[in-house]
Ligand binder design. Structure first.
Ligand SMILES: [Zn+2]
Length: 343
């Protein structure tokens, strides 16, 4: 879900910042944090609009004035992200932004820069940004977004006010999905709410993205073979299917995150089921340990993505690790749930 989506995500944490933006009492540098799909881009756009709007609404941008109508093309709005085909936001881009902010006169009420995703700023770029964060200039605001605040230098973090977007409560997310997509069944919504762990963008993607659905089917097939204790198709085949047409760059990383999320959900669901029946089952404790170990492997793999190990390699390693924990050679019989997680 990206910033220009008008059917906006309404994160409660953003509300006070919108009011401060309207009152022009907002801190001059914000770091908007939260997991992928939580609505960081939307929040940044909403706050930027609230700063630029010349309307009278005290709680948000009016949506109707000449400033609001310019949207993301507003002359006083500067968006900085990785250049096409580049992974990082380089120091040159930051210098250019600083020069632009210094040079441009404010045509309207404010100058706003959005830097996203901020974790892609190189160390050099972060250092170059420090001065602008410290003295942004008159009526100038910087909005940084990140899924990984710990990737930023402490010197950057100490110069920004942090806005933490939290996962949505199940009932709120369920209601939001229902409102946005009235065609969804209660079962579909329940699946998305559970699998997305309260992240609206992820929930929506699970329900609507055909690519994700295809990946989930492949993953279900693999887990099914693993659970049956028979011959498991080589994880390499699964990796090949998952990354077809997206072997590098951000697309591959996103896909890897999706696979790991889906795998994580299956293991977590197995773990929950196992905990419920552990007392009646002699193998229970050992099996639960195996599931927990496998889950930990998947979480480790997510961390590997953060340190930029190539996505297909990360997924392959995770699948091999899960197979080793749960496969036929495992000391106790293991059943991993397969098929749609909705049941
Ligand atoms: Zn307006």
């Amino acid at each position: 879900v990206k910033g220009d989506d008008t059917r906006a995500l309404e994160c409660v944490e953003v509300v006070p910042f919108l009011c401060r933006a309207r009152a022009r009492t907002l801190a001059h540098a914000l770091l908007i944090e939260g997991p992928p799909g939580i609505g960081k881009s939307v929040a940044a756009s909403q706050i930027a609009a609230a700063l630029l709007c010349r309307g009278n609404d005290s709680a948000r941008a009016c949506g109707a004035c000449p400033d609001c109508l310019q949207g993301s093309g507003h002359a006083d709005l500067h968006v900085v992200g990785p250049a096409e085909d580049k992974r990082d936001i380089g120091v040159e881009q930051v210098r250019e932004l600083a020069a632009t902010l210094a040079r441009t006169s404010v045509a309207g009420r404010a100058r706003v820069a959005i830097v996203e995703p901020a974790e892609r700023l190189t160390e050099q770029a972060q250092n170059a940004l420090l001065k602008t964060l410290e003295e942004p200039g008159v009526a100038t605001w910087l909005l940084l977004t990140t899924r990984r605040p710990e990737a930023l230098l402490p010197t950057v973090r100490s110069r920004v006010q942090r806005v933490r977007l939290k996962r949505w409560p199940s009932e709120v997310l369920d209601a939001w999905l229902g409102e946005r997509s009235p065609d969804l069944t209660a079962d579909e919504r329940a699946f998305a709410v559970r699998a997305s762990e309260g992240v609206p963008g992820a929930a929506m993607q699970l329900l609507t993205d055909d690519e994700v659905k295809k990946i989930d089917v492949e993953l279900g097939r693999w887990c099914s073979a693993l659970g049956a204790g028979g011959r498991v198709p080589p994880p390499q085949d699964l990796v090949g299917a998952v990354f077809a047409g997206a072997t590098g760059g951000v697309a591959a990383e996103d896909r890897a995150r999706t696979v790991l999320l889906l795998l994580q959900r299956r293991l977590a669901s197995a773990l929950r089921g196992g905990l419920a029946s552990a007392e009646r089952d002699a193998y229970g404790p050992a099996r639960i340990r195996s599931w927990a170990d496998a889950l930990e492997e998947v979480l480790d793999a997510q961390a590997d993505l953060d340190v930029r190990i190539p996505a297909p390699q990360v997924v392959l390693r995770a699948l091999l690790a899960v197979e080793a924990r749960l496969g036929a050679s495992s000391p106790v019989p293991i059943r991993v749930p397969h098929g749609p997680l909705a049941r």
